[in-house]
Unconditional design. Structure first.
Ligand SMILES: *[C@@H]1O[C@H](CO)[C@@H](O)[C@H](O)[C@H]1NC(C)=O
Ligand SMILES: *[C@@H]1O[C@H](CO)[C@@H](O)[C@H](O)[C@H]1NC(C)=O
Ligand SMILES: *[C@@H]1O[C@H](CO)[C@@H](O)[C@H](O)[C@H]1NC(C)=O
Length: 410
């Protein structure tokens, strides 16, 4: 088991900051956020939401940056910070060509000793930690958006984040706003409902917004690998949800990712990128707050007539409008998901896009909800369609060691 000294140091620094004062925020001038990058000073309003673009060795980061710059409504409100992991020269050149449109930061660390086949995944987790510490601890921004370098964005992505921002601040049971629908293939969504949003228990990532407060909670226990599945673990998630759209506001153009096009050809390339501009800041989105959603959405769905998979298959459904299809076992869920074309992986009992076990899909011009059978109480952790135990044993050992070290130091 290997973990860098820098991880332990940053853990100690963050914890010491926490313990010594609750004043990290009080010290911040409430009119501007002052940041220094490579000796240059910049001022931003306190409501600025930096867009962090995580780059590495793909020159196609230009596709991502072009779309961000094209649709960004304000440079002051949405500074773009491109963070490059490593020293890939061609990519550096591409990023530098954007000059004053963006800020450029580079993380160059010593080569690590992790197992080669997982190396990319270790590097990603480390890169997230490094740049999020910069943005929240050093620069003291209050909120940030994270975009990976293989994503292009919809015209209303910024409106989407601005419109949902008040929900994120107001509702403690929301911990992220994601621009991504895991089941957002064009044949599985209602492209005529681009304003439709949901809560989801399954952390989607892929273009997402978080607060500084959340980062201070997560950073001391940030894992060394597979950070996104770690986010989905019940101990990390603590029953919090994200907002996600019916129609994705990001789309991956793939090409040579760490997962090497695993899902791309089969799945990701069919994700539909929204092309209609929705003025989310003018919409009443209070239906997404927990106290409303938990009652109205869940009750509405559970009151719908049920259909069987064979009725769905044969297209012999009598009702004209929305229906639901019930699953009571993991195999039944997988069978339905497979037939409809939904993503079949399950993490810690959660199917992708599920909220309280409920999934929503637009199948052959009809809304179909996948619902658990009895009254839902919790995800069944034994339902999983991917072994991921190594993630936790790894984090566990690191934590234990850091704890011992911390006790010794004190
Ligand atoms: C800045 O913070 C101080 C103290 O909290 C407050 O009195 C003042 O009104 C704030 N100024 C602005 C512009 O928000
Ligand atoms: C927003 O919608 C909720 C219902 O979800 C309603 O109770 C509330 O009055 C609406 N607010 C406004 C300002 O229209
Ligand atoms: C698990 O999910 C994958 C797709 O992610 C699917 O191809 C496979 O059939 C599933 N496994 C089981 C046991 O159903």
């Amino acid at each position: 088991m290997f973990f860098p000294l820098s991880d332990i140091l940053s853990f100690l620094v963050i914890n010491t900051l926490f313990l010594s004062s609750s004043c990290i925020c009080k010290k911040v001038d409430n009119k501007t956020i002052k940041i220094v990058i490579d000796g240059e000073k910049f001022d931003y309003p306190t409501n600025a939401i930096p867009v962090i673009v995580l780059a590495c060795n793909r020159v196609t980061v230009s596709i991502c940056l072009d779309s961000l710059i094209k649709y960004r409504p304000s440079i002051a409100r949405f500074p773009i910070i491109v963070s490059q992991d490593g020293d890939h020269q061609e990519t550096t050149k591409v990023i530098q060509s954007y000059q004053n449109e963006i800020h450029f930061m580079k993380q160059i660390l010593l080569p690590s000793e992790e197992k080669k086949e997982y190396k990319g995944y270790y590097k990603i987790a480390r890169h997230y930690k490094w740049i999020l510490n910069k943005v929240f601890t050093e620069f003291k921004f209050n909120t940030a958006i994270i975009i990976e370098d293989d994503l292009e964005i919809a015209p209303d992505l910024f409106e989407y984040f601005l419109g949902t921002y008040p929900l994120l601040i107001r509702d403690p049971t929301l911990w992220c706003i994601s621009a991504w629908n895991d089941n957002g293939k064009s044949n599985l969504i209602d492209t005529n409902s681009p304003e439709l949003l949901y809560r989801t228990d399954f952390f989607p990532g892929l273009g997402w917004m978080l607060t500084r407060e959340l980062w201070f909670e997560l950073s001391p226990k940030w894992p060394t690998i597979y950070w996104d599945d770690w986010m989905r673990h019940p101990q990390t998630r603590k029953d919090r949800a994200c907002i996600r759209p019916e129609v994705s506001r990001t789309k991956t153009f793939g090409l040579n990712g760490v997962s090497e096009g695993l899902f791309y050809d089969e799945y990701l390339k069919y994700i539909h990128l929204n092309d209609k501009f929705i003025q989310f800041t003018k919409l009443n989105l209070t239906y997404l707050l927990r106290e409303n959603y938990e009652i109205e959405y869940v009750e509405k769905v559970l009151s719908l007539p049920t259909v069987t998979l064979s009725e769905l298959k044969m297209n012999t459904i009598q009702q004209k409008d929305a229906v639901r299809i019930v699953y009571d076992t993991k195999d039944k869920f997988l069978k339905i998901a497979h037939f409809i074309g939904l993503m079949e992986d399950i993490r810690y009992g959660m199917p992708r896009t599920a909220y309280k076990g409920i999934g929503s899909v637009f199948y052959k011009s009809r809304r179909v909800f996948l619902t658990p059978s009895s009254i839902w109480s919790a995800y069944d952790l034994t339902w999983t369609n991917r072994s991921s135990c190594h993630i936790f044993s790894d984090v566990g050992v690191t934590r234990l060691f850091i704890l011992i070290l911390f006790i010794l130091v004190c």
